[in-house]
Design a protein around this ligand. Structure first.
Ligand SMILES: [Zn+2]
Length: 140
Protein backbone atom coordinates (compact mmCIF):
# COMPACT_ATOMS: atom_id res chain seq x y z
CA UNK A 1 0.00 0.00 0.00
CA UNK A 2 3.06 2.26 -0.08
CA UNK A 3 2.40 3.00 -3.72
CA UNK A 4 -1.02 4.24 -2.78
CA UNK A 5 0.47 6.47 -0.07
CA UNK A 6 2.76 8.08 -2.65
CA UNK A 7 -0.19 8.84 -4.88
CA UNK A 8 -2.09 10.44 -1.99
CA UNK A 9 0.90 12.65 -1.18
CA UNK A 10 1.35 13.71 -4.82
CA UNK A 11 0.11 17.08 -6.00
CA UNK A 12 -3.26 17.16 -7.67
CA UNK A 13 -3.98 13.58 -6.76
CA UNK A 14 -7.64 12.87 -6.43
CA UNK A 15 -7.72 11.96 -2.76
CA UNK A 16 -11.28 12.80 -1.81
CA UNK A 17 -12.36 9.44 -3.12
CA UNK A 18 -16.05 8.79 -2.59
CA UNK A 19 -16.58 11.98 -0.61
CA UNK A 20 -19.28 14.29 -1.89
CA UNK A 21 -18.94 18.07 -1.98
CA UNK A 22 -21.78 18.25 0.54
CA UNK A 23 -19.89 16.05 2.94
CA UNK A 24 -16.71 18.09 2.56
CA UNK A 25 -18.72 21.23 3.28
CA UNK A 26 -20.23 19.56 6.33
CA UNK A 27 -16.78 18.66 7.63
CA UNK A 28 -15.50 22.17 6.95
CA UNK A 29 -18.31 23.74 8.98
CA UNK A 30 -17.65 21.22 11.74
CA UNK A 31 -13.93 21.94 11.88
CA UNK A 32 -14.41 25.66 11.61
CA UNK A 33 -16.82 25.82 14.54
CA UNK A 34 -14.56 23.54 16.57
CA UNK A 35 -11.61 25.79 15.81
CA UNK A 36 -13.57 28.87 16.85
CA UNK A 37 -14.73 27.21 20.08
CA UNK A 38 -11.19 26.23 20.96
CA UNK A 39 -9.90 29.64 20.00
CA UNK A 40 -12.38 31.27 22.37
CA UNK A 41 -11.58 28.81 25.17
CA UNK A 42 -7.90 29.40 24.61
CA UNK A 43 -8.26 33.18 24.84
CA UNK A 44 -10.22 32.74 28.07
CA UNK A 45 -7.57 30.44 29.48
CA UNK A 46 -4.87 32.96 28.56
CA UNK A 47 -6.78 35.70 30.37
CA UNK A 48 -7.28 33.43 33.38
CA UNK A 49 -3.59 32.58 33.40
CA UNK A 50 -2.64 36.25 33.30
CA UNK A 51 -4.99 36.99 36.20
CA UNK A 52 -3.46 34.20 38.29
CA UNK A 53 0.02 35.52 37.64
CA UNK A 54 -0.94 39.08 38.50
CA UNK A 55 -2.59 37.95 41.75
CA UNK A 56 0.53 35.98 42.55
CA UNK A 57 2.84 38.93 42.01
CA UNK A 58 0.56 41.20 44.02
CA UNK A 59 0.28 38.72 46.92
CA UNK A 60 3.81 37.46 46.97
CA UNK A 61 4.91 39.67 49.86
CA UNK A 62 2.52 38.43 52.57
CA UNK A 63 2.12 34.80 51.44
CA UNK A 64 2.34 31.91 53.83
CA UNK A 65 3.61 28.55 52.60
CA UNK A 66 0.30 26.67 52.17
CA UNK A 67 -1.23 29.56 50.33
CA UNK A 68 1.47 29.83 47.72
CA UNK A 69 1.38 26.03 47.32
CA UNK A 70 -2.28 26.01 46.30
CA UNK A 71 -1.68 28.96 44.01
CA UNK A 72 1.13 27.10 42.29
CA UNK A 73 -1.19 24.12 41.76
CA UNK A 74 -3.85 26.41 40.38
CA UNK A 75 -1.37 28.02 38.04
CA UNK A 76 -0.01 24.64 36.90
CA UNK A 77 -3.54 23.46 36.12
CA UNK A 78 -4.20 26.63 34.13
CA UNK A 79 -0.95 26.21 32.22
CA UNK A 80 -1.67 22.60 31.33
CA UNK A 81 -5.19 23.52 30.21
CA UNK A 82 -3.62 26.18 28.03
CA UNK A 83 -1.34 23.62 26.38
CA UNK A 84 -4.19 21.17 25.81
CA UNK A 85 -6.35 23.85 24.21
CA UNK A 86 -3.49 25.05 22.05
CA UNK A 87 -2.83 21.47 20.89
CA UNK A 88 -6.46 20.93 19.97
CA UNK A 89 -6.70 24.27 18.25
CA UNK A 90 -3.60 23.43 16.22
CA UNK A 91 -5.11 20.04 15.31
CA UNK A 92 -8.31 21.68 14.09
CA UNK A 93 -6.27 24.22 12.13
CA UNK A 94 -4.20 21.47 10.48
CA UNK A 95 -7.33 19.55 9.67
CA UNK A 96 -8.76 22.62 7.90
CA UNK A 97 -5.57 23.01 5.86
CA UNK A 98 -5.63 19.35 4.93
CA UNK A 99 -9.27 19.69 3.95
CA UNK A 100 -8.30 22.50 1.58
CA UNK A 101 -5.55 20.35 0.11
CA UNK A 102 -7.97 17.46 -0.25
CA UNK A 103 -5.93 15.19 2.02
CA UNK A 104 -8.16 15.40 5.06
CA UNK A 105 -10.44 12.65 6.21
CA UNK A 106 -8.99 9.78 4.23
CA UNK A 107 -7.81 6.77 6.16
CA UNK A 108 -4.04 6.33 6.38
CA UNK A 109 -4.55 2.60 6.36
CA UNK A 110 -6.96 1.84 3.53
CA UNK A 111 -7.20 5.40 2.05
CA UNK A 112 -10.98 5.23 2.01
CA UNK A 113 -12.89 8.27 3.29
CA UNK A 114 -13.29 8.23 7.06
CA UNK A 115 -17.02 8.44 7.87
CA UNK A 116 -18.20 11.95 8.79
CA UNK A 117 -19.71 10.57 12.02
CA UNK A 118 -16.26 9.50 13.14
CA UNK A 119 -14.65 12.81 12.18
CA UNK A 120 -17.36 14.58 14.10
CA UNK A 121 -16.27 12.83 17.30
CA UNK A 122 -12.53 12.72 16.50
CA UNK A 123 -11.66 15.51 14.06
CA UNK A 124 -8.01 14.55 14.31
CA UNK A 125 -8.66 10.89 13.40
CA UNK A 126 -6.34 9.68 10.64
CA UNK A 127 -7.70 6.16 10.25
CA UNK A 128 -11.10 4.57 9.94
CA UNK A 129 -12.41 2.42 12.79
CA UNK A 130 -11.48 -0.82 11.02
CA UNK A 131 -7.86 0.16 10.44
CA UNK A 132 -7.59 1.52 13.96
CA UNK A 133 -8.73 -1.82 15.34
CA UNK A 134 -6.31 -3.69 13.13
CA UNK A 135 -3.47 -1.47 14.35
CA UNK A 136 -4.44 -1.93 17.98
CA UNK A 137 -4.64 -5.69 17.56
CA UNK A 138 -1.18 -5.68 16.01
CA UNK A 139 0.19 -3.48 18.79
CA UNK A 140 -1.11 -5.65 21.64
ZN1 LIG B 1 -9.06 2.34 6.90
Amino acid sequence: MLVNGAVVAGKGASTARGRSADEIEQIRVLLQSRFEDLDREYEEAVAQNTRLRLVEIGDAAGDDQADSGSKTAERDAATSLLRTLLDRRTQAEHALHRLDEGTYGNCEGCSNPIPVERLEVFPSATTCVNCKQVRERRAS
